[in-house]
Each structure stands twice: as C-alpha cells, then as structure tokens.
Design a binder for this molecule. Structure first.
Ligand code: BES
Ligand code: ZN
Length: 619
C-alpha cells in the first residue's frame, strides 16, 4: 500500500502519466509514455503518440536489393493527439492505413542525416497504423554482399540513426517497443533478427520472429545468409558460414563463462539466449550488440581467442545500453562508457587483473590519441550533437573517458559499494531510458556523499574538455616492460632476437608496434617482418598496427598485403585510419586507387568516413 501511494505521488507529478507495468519503480528512470519531455535532436517522432509494438512483414529480394515490407504498429496516443510521426530515409511509401482505413499522411522535406519525417493523421479512437513501403537499393543500413561462387549475404546496421532507412520507425533511443516479424527470403538462405531465432534453415524460406522485450529502434537488426548454427551451451551459440563455423565455435568457447561472470556482477541476463553471428568482412564495426544476437566482424577470429574482449563488450551491452538505454545520442557515453567498464570487469573475472590492466592501459593510450585530435568541445562526456550526424560523437571519448569516469568513481567508493550500486541501477531502470542528468542525480542520491561528489568533480567530467587531474591511474607492468624494451631496441641496444615477440600476448605486441618510432631506418622496420612475419599474422589488431607503422615508415614492401586487407575488411576502425595514414604519408594516389577498387564493398558507414578522409567527391 505504501508503495502504491508513493507511485501515485510520482505519477501525479508527471503530466498524463498512465499507470501500467511501464511505470518505473523510482522517479529517476523515464517512463516511455512520458518521455515527450526528452528532446531528441535526431528524431522527428518523439511526439504524443508512441508506438508500443511493431509487426514487420517483409520479402527480401537479393537480386534487386529491395525489401518490400509492411510495418504495422500498435500505438498509444495522448488524448487529442492529431498525428503520429515516424522517421524515414530513402523509403518509398506506398500507402498508410490507420485502424484498417487508408489514412492521410505527409512527408517532410528531406533533411541531411535525418531523412524525412512521416506524419500520419489519427483520431482519438485509433491505435493501429500500417505502412506499406519498399526500401531503396542504396538503403544506408543495409549491405548486400555479393562474391563470386558464394551465395549472397545481407546484413543491417541500424545504430545510430539508420534503422529509418529500412523500417519507418520512431527512431529515437528513448522510444521502446516489442516486435514480431514474418520474413521471406530465398530458400537457400537463413534469416536472423535481433529476436528469437531459428537454428536451422526453413524449407520454404519463411521465418517468424518474436522480440518480447521492449527495445529501441537502433537495435532492430536483420541478417540473411547461408549460415549454420553451432551450440556452445544451453543458451549460447554461434552462427557463421560453413567455412568459418568451426573456427568461430573454437574462438568463442569462453562465451558461456562470460555470461556467467556478467550475471554474477550485475544481475540476471534479461534476453534468454546470447548468440553471436559472424558477418562478412565488410561489417563496418567490430561488434554490434543486437539483442539476443550480437553481430560480429570476422576480424576477431584470430585463431587463438586473443580478441574475445569484443564479445565481453557486446555481451555487456545486454545490461548497459540494451536494458538501460541512453535517452539520446548526446548521452552515448551512458551506453559505451558503462560497457567498456563492464567489459573490463568481465575480462578481469575470466582472465585476471594483469590482463584487464593491459586492456585498460591500451584504452588510456587510445584515449590520449583521441584527446590530442578532437576539438576540445567534442571531448565532453555529454555531447552536443544537434544539427550534426550522431556518428560524429561515436568516438573514444564516450568509450574511454566514460570508462575512466566510472573507474574513478569505483576507486573513490570502493568496488563493493560500486558493484551493489550498479546492480541495483540496472535492475531498477531495466527496459527504461536514461539521460546523463538522470544518472548523475541517481549517483549523487544513492552512492556518493556530497564530499565524494565534490572530490570527483562530476560536472568537470561531464561538461568540460579533456581528462580531469584525478583520473584513475592504470598501470601494467607487462606493458611498461614492453615500452622499456622498445626504447632499447630503437636505440640499437638490443637486437630483434632479444625481443620476446613470440612470448608476447597480442596486447604486448600491439603496444610495441603502435609506439615504434616510424622515423627509424626502413631496413630496421622491415627487419621486424623478417624476424616475426607480422604481415601474415592472424591477429587483426596487431596486423593493423603493423600496417599503420609501415605506411608511416614508407615500408612499401607490405603494400600488396595491405591492399588485400583493405579488400577483405570493411571495419571502419581499421580501414579509415589506414587510408588516412596513406593520405598523410604521401600516398594519396595509392589510397585513391585502392579505395576506388574497394569502395563498393564497404558499408555506407565506412564509405561516408573514408569519402571525407580522401576527399573522394571533391575532385
Ligand atoms: N554499439 C557499438 C557499435 C556502434 C557504435 C555502432 C555507434 C554504431 C554507432 C558496439 O558495441 C561497439 O562499441 N563496438 C566496438 C567494439 C568494442 C570492443 C569497443 C567496435 O565496433 O569496434
Ligand atoms: Zn559498444
């Protein structure tokens, strides 16, 4: 009874709050039906009519690269609402019905990044809108991969605001809904979504999907390919094409242990299954935390499990991001900073403190580089992305400055208290959205004393540039040793043979290569390849660091291997810096020629970045 009175009091303070299972148990998380107070600069759809469920019916044509589809939404509107709005980009809308009758709708003018808002007229009695449409062959979220002698592969990448290029939707992370889907694909291919998935192909190419937990639109995902499934444990497994299924199965053998470690830290896994789909090399990210089914790049298949921290990261998003979601892309650090912190904790739990500290030290190295590059105003945790592509904010600041903020708090209050706080945070705001300000309120109300909050300097972390002086210090004896040896090697005090390359972990190798002075003699740089065969290494992070060093050192001997890598891999984190290094090291023509050849294989996310780096359209 007391709880009811409390809830009632909270509701009474929120305009037109509806009592339902969606009412949060504390005033801090935000009820999806009353989030109209949240202004999302990247969505035209945060109005007083909100979708609650999507049923998507789709036919995937791998020849024309077109999806013919119907998106039917259940919605709830405030009384008197005259329209319901959606985000769309490059969609051909055929018709719109409301409660079964053809409805009047308007499409706004096209805006850069954002596309066209779709407004549909509604009456008070309406609760169902149905949109019939086709996608464009150039839909930015979708990549249709075609290779000789292989069946086609289609995958989507919706984050941050690309879901609207394949489904008309309320494309703001502050809007959550459940979904179901009926998808038809060619018989020889399997369809998978961020939902309950098949484990074998259906004989007629028809698949039904259910996502019973409410998700934001950026977690809508589809993949269609000639893949098979292999189980890792009762509730985990891998999907991949036959040629790499076994490799993926071995590489990800730690997955069940990771799920257990994560649950031990921050509470029960809310999504029933955790599977990973290995995508073609063109996937523009390392991983994407699509619920129930992480999408992953094949570049983490190192052959020795050395890159599994990426799985820890995507799994961690099942709590930070997917369960408690950033309200807008300005709050992106709430998704990624928390996830890097959580990822480190999973890694520490499975592989020990020394390994986790190596990862944290490399995170600090990357963060220093990013801080040196970005304009000061882009290094605040709380971003100001209005009128900008949210992609501009998707960098190391959110990830690693976010991580160091949380780690600094952990060190201030002690791990035990911090863990209890986080566990409770995920539980009490599950399936809700969170603003930066909301989180800070909770942090100061529930965890920090006034004195501790002042010592941490929360506002400085959130609203100021750079890294505060009190940033937690990370130290890795292993990486310090690497630095020491590198300096000696650079000064010719020790030879290649005295470098313990073969005993080094990937983190140590990466630390070494990413810090070697590229002005050393070409023959000295080249001798590394002769001694350690780095150009042929299976670990893509080490290979990337080697290519970066080689480009800057003008080691053209590796350029053939580099071109092959750029042909096979479309992961932006690798591809964009490699082209940029070529551009900056006097290889503009080479870069353009490789890019001209590879551009068509890349996803729009990667294309957009590299187009800019190489001034591709400014000739
Ligand atoms: N959610 C991100 C990927 C993303 C971010 C896609 C922003 C679109 C916009 C994912 O969880 C991620 O962070 N991936 C990283 C891997 C990670 C280990 C840092 C990546 O892709 O490299
Ligand atoms: Zn992430």
């Amino acid at each position: 009874m007391r709880k009811f009175i409390f809830l009632f009091a909270v509701c009474a303070t929120l305009a037109s709050c509806k009592i339902s299972e969606e009412v949060p148990s504390t005033p801090h998380s935000i009820n999806p039906m009353t989030t109209s107070k949240i202004f999302d600069p990247h969505s035209a759809a945060t109005s007083d009519a909100r979708v609650t469920h999507l049923h998507w019916t789709a036919n995937v044509n791998v020849e024309t690269h077109v999806i013919t589809a119907n998106a039917s939404y259940d919605f709830k509107a405030e009384k008197g609402a005259k329209q319901i709005s959606f985000d769309t980009k490059d969609l051909n809308i055929e018709w719109v019905k409301v409660n079964g009758r053809l409805a009047r709708y308007t499409l706004d003018e096209e805006k850069p990044f954002l596309g066209q808002a779709l407004h549909v007229e509604i009456r008070d009695i309406d609760n169902l809108v149905s949109i019939q449409y086709t996608t464009s062959p150039n839909a930015e979220a979708l990549l249709w991969v075609e290779k000789e002698n292989e069946l086609p592969f289609l995958f989507s990448q919706s984050q941050a605001i690309l879901a609207r290029t394949w489904i008309p939707c309320q494309d703001s992370p502050s809007v959550r809904f459940t979904y179901s889907a009926d998808v038809t694909v060619p018989k020889e291919l399997m369809a998978l979504m961020s939902a309950e998935n098949p484990q074998v192909k259906s004989p007629d190419g028809k698949y039904h999907f259910e996502m019973k937990q409410r998700i934001p639109s950026y977690l809508l995902a589809l993949a269609v390919g000639d893949v098979a499934f292999k189980s890792l444990s009762e509730n985990t497994g891998v999907y991949a094409t036959a040629d790499i299924l076994e490799l993926a199965f071995n590489e990800f053998s730690d997955m069940p242990g990771m799920v257990k470690a994560a649950e031990d830290l921050y509470g029960p896994y809310a999504w029933e299954r955790y599977d990973v789909l290995v995508l073609p090399g063109a996937f523009p990210f390392g991983g994407m935390e699509n619920p129930r089914l992480t999408f992953a790049t094949p570049t983490i298949l190192a052959g020795d499990k050395s890159l599994v921290s990426l799985i820890a990261h995507e799994l961690a998003h099942s709590w930070s991001g997917n369960l408690v979601t950033n309200a807008t892309w300005n709050d992106f650090w709430l998704n990624e900073g928390f996830t890097v912190y959580f990822e480190q904790r999973i890694m520490e739990s499975l592989f020990g403190k020394a390994k986790a500290e190596m990862l944290a030290t490399l995170a600090r190295q990357d963060l220093n580089a990013t801080l040196a590059e970005l304009p000061a105003e882009d290094t605040h945790l709380k971003l100001a992305l209005e009128n900008r592509n949210p992609d501009d904010g998707m960098n190391d600041i959110a990830y690693n400055k976010g991580y160091f903020f949380l780690r600094t708090i952990e060190e201030k209050v002690g791990r035990e208290k911090f863990d209890a706080f986080l566990k409770n945070y995920f539980q009490s705001h599950a399936f809700g959205v969170m603003t930066t300000e909301g989180f800070i309120d909770i942090l100061t109300a529930e965890l920090l004393t006034k004195e501790q909050a002042d010592e941490i300097g929360i506002d400085q972390w959130i609203y100021s540039a750079g890294l505060p002086a009190n940033t937690a210090v990370v130290q890795s004896a292993e990486l310090e040793k690497v630095d020491e040896l590198r300096l000696k090697w650079e000064a010719d005090e020790i030879t290649n043979k005295e470098l313990p390359w073969n005993n080094w972990s990937y983190q140590e190798r990466y630390r070494f290569l990413s810090n070697v002075n590229f002005n050393l003699s070409l023959s000295k740089i080249q001798s590394l390849d002769e001694s350690f065969h780095i150009s042929k290494i299976g670990n893509s992070e080490v290979l990337f660091a080697w290519f970066m060093l080689s480009i800057q050192a003008k080691n053209e001997a590796v350029f053939a291997d580099l071109a092959t890598f750029l042909e096979k891999v479309g992961r932006r984190k690798f591809v964009a810096p490699l082209y940029e290094a070529m551009e900056n090291s006097g290889y503009h023509v080479t870069a353009l020629s490789i890019y001209g050849h590879c551009r068509g294989n890349y996803h729009a996310v990667t294309q957009n970045t590299v187009d800019e780096t190489l001034h591709y359209f400014e000739k």
